[in-house]
Design a protein around this ligand. Sequence first.
Ligand code: F0G
Length: 456
Amino acid sequence: MKTLIEPFKIKSVEHIPMTTESDREKYLKDADYNTFSLRSDYVTLDYLTDSGTTAMSSRQWAQVMDGDESYAGSKSYYKFEKILQEITGFKYIIPTHQGRAAERILFGVIGDKTKVVPNNTHFDTTRGNLEFLGVEAVDLPTAIGINPEIEADFKGNIDIDALKNLIEKVGADRIPIVMITVTNNSGGGQPVSMENIRETKKLVSQYGIPLFLDCCRFAENCYFIKQREAGYQDKTIKEIAQEMFSYADGCTMSAKKDGLSNTGGFIGLNNDDWAEKAKVILIVTEGFVTYGGLARRDLEALAVGFEEVLDENYLRYRVGQVKMLGDLITGEGVPILVPTGGHAVYLDAKRFAPHIEPKYFPGQAISCAIYIKGGIRSVEIGSVMFGKTDENGNHIAPNMELVRLAIPRRVYTKSHIEYTAEAIIEVFKEKDKLRKMKITYEAPFLRHFTAKFDYI
Ligand code: F0G
């Protein structure tokens, strides 16, 4: 059968708000044209993030009731630890309340002002946590990885030649770890090949540098490896994941993605000394080592989530749903980053609204217009999120100007996707009406979360 169906049926429904275009114009103005500032009860379909927005399965909810809320030694922790050790092979599984806590703790152990951490592309909190400590965060995507118009299988790869040059230039002693983000969220949710991970490991081993994965979307990445990389067609997703983690010395994870749950994260480590130090910071700032800031019932839900995410039927539907949205809108000429990745469709704002220069935030203008058209929430990933201003007041734009529609896992149906496509296509047909925008307020770190905007 060719028709892609949701591999689940619906047991409980959550009503979604239906609003009018004139309501939404008011709501957006009140939110200073920042989709992060919109109340969710003014949003009909929410693609702000795929993080923590998953619908849990009936099995997960059943396990929630079985949570052992003991402060220390909870049996729920041991279930969580077991499945993660099975998948990752890491000796230490240190739970945290979400991904950025894992990053903060790991970097607190290894980072200081003299250090440099390369990555295929740092996610914004990863970069933020490093820069907060004075560590230099360097992105090393490949040339095709930053070209939204080129179709290729593994656009998430790290540029290994550039990594070698960087290590030679700054010296291995200043690079405490090299990171690879799977899939590469900021680079379009694009997968990283097994070969790229293996070769990176080979290179960094020569310099004695550990390799870490930022593995929020590891299962989606493994599904792409199975589909696209020679030699993996007959392997299970779990086997592919095990091989992928075997090349790494540790990981940080926001389990709010491929943990198929609403909260959680962890650090995976083999290094005894780093693990001891991380546990101390964990206890001071998150919680005891067998819960790390989570309710123990969350660990139960995660333990089941990590099993369910390895199911190939689920991953086929998941990646297929993202592709469906991409195909529906590209069929009408809407420019997107190609190919579609694992968790989101990224509109290419430079080609969508070529009359708006990056310094006037074309992605923000598109994101606002899509909200007004259909009550659909997306997020700008471009000059708002990563743009900088130099000392002469000139705008320094990032490589790409994108608008991300991240699809929550197991939440929306095919008709929700069709409605979303219709709204985007309508905005695209009226694209000449999109207006330049300016920032009227910004915070010094991670400005996109709280910035205020207006039209020029
Ligand atoms: N790393 C990557 C690749 C991520 O995508 C995220 C979160 C984090 C780390 C941080 O994890 O949110 O649990 O603290 N990404 C979300 C997103 C927020 O919308 O892409 P967190």
